[in-house]
Design a protein around this ligand. Sequence first.
Ligand code: AMP
Ligand code: DBH
Length: 543
Amino acid sequence: MVPLKQVWPSEFAERYRQKGYWRGETFRRVLEARARERGDAIAVVGGGERWTYADLLARAETAAAGFLALGLQPGDRVVVQLPNIPQFFAVVFGLFRARMIPVFALPAHRLTEIAHFARKAQATAYVVAQSHEGFDYRELADAVKAQVPHLRHAVVVGEAGHHAAFDAFRADPALLPVEDAAPSDVALVQISGGSTGLSKLIPRTHDDYLYSIRASNEICGITPESVYLASLPVSHNFPMSSPGVFGAIHAGARVVMAPAPDPATAFPLIEQEKVTITGLVPPLALLWLQAAPKTAHDLSSLQVLQVGGAKFMPEPAKRVGSVLHCKLQQVFGMAEGLVNYTRLDDPDAVVTQTQGRKISPDDEVLILDDQGNAVPDGEPGNLLTRGPYTIRAYHDDPAANARSFTEDGFYRTGDVVRRLPGGYLEVMGRATDHINRAGEKISAEEVEDHLLAHPQVFDAAVVSVPDRFLGERSCAFIIADGEAPRPADIKAWMRGRAIAAFKIPDQIVFVEDFATTAVGKISRKELRAALRAQLLDQEKAGA
Ligand code: AMP
Ligand code: DBH
């Protein structure tokens, strides 16, 4: 079994500890401390439930006992795929209490992705909600168990059917481990959007993740009086940790779980719960800007709207203040680590035109040309980084690690940025071929690989195309093998591959050949670029 770890060279680890970034905190101790200090304060609201910090601790301990009673062991990995419901926190803090490691999947993931995460993490259990947005996760759990033999247990929040019922877990203090995890242990596993091939696993330690959360709280002004609305799916790194729901819990503040991020769901919650801060991806921010002037709901409690995950354009950015009567904060982060924020007291021009600056004085940021030389300030270049909360390696993936990390431990983000005065970054684009569809990262290669499995597909290239609403959409160029199927049939067939719906191409264009590749020496990367340029030219000519 490949051990799950994340290690910084000792001279770095020592420095990060000595500077007080890594404080020896663990998630278990954070919750225990909050329950001691603020036991009666409301921690989590959602789905008709209101849990105090004392309730949350008790529920986490019950969950921990339940997982252990199933026969799971400390150190086990557990794939967690839950929508924004309060039980998310009972499950996750329960796993922390039992010294088990959550692997976070998004609600949109399906069999292909879940089986991949479960295999890669050698997970022994899978936690789902009975259903969400019309999809039955219990059936998915059956399918995952059938494919992944070491995944022995599925635990269901709600009606469990023949699976283990989370609601039937019983407290049993005798089962709980006495010893806590070490702060340098892996606390949880995030999933990378993945620029090449399948998603990679990102192991984050208590030390590094809690540092990024604590520092984010300071930058974002989170206090015990804050109310954070989880609008985006909480399993995503942004609403989880920048500062997100864990930031709120670290501060002893309140988390409100929105079952969906649309204005019709979120606005009443903002009014009822006096929400002070939330985070959105740009397309949702556009929807909120459209809906806010017409709403009857009182949004005046909202102090900060964070926007991140994909580039927020300056024009809509300028409207946030006057339309939503709150501050905009741009957030440019990645599950691998580095997070940049505009600061709450920055001038408007900085907030609307940059994606912020790094959290930590010890975040090392390099902007290099393709030869590896530093570019002058103001010029675009490839962003590389290392620091006290940026990973040094993906889990069990030597090929990806060789590609993604330099020998001296810098992570190649794949983003093209330029440095502005004060160390602020502007995201200009990216060097890799993933598609950033409304903040969901899609690997072109992964989608091409699915398309190539279709009997009538001879070759396929998937590219990103600018989209007014999504920011980017995906377009698949396909050379048919014989008669071309209808695009709708290709899409229906893709759905049958049991993958997240956001990976199904938005647009499908059949072509006779990839003319530019006739010589066969051009790279797929150049092919994608050529096809993309061709499409944009055609659209321009047609417009
Ligand atoms: P992931 O590695 O899947 O966590 O996705 C992180 C990537 O999302 C970054 O490397 C950027 O490409 C993109 N991203 C995140 N936030 C922003 C932002 N505010 N502006 C532009 N791109 C962003
Ligand atoms: O897109 C991201 O992955 C992201 C965006 C903003 C992120 O991981 C984060 C903040 O922490």
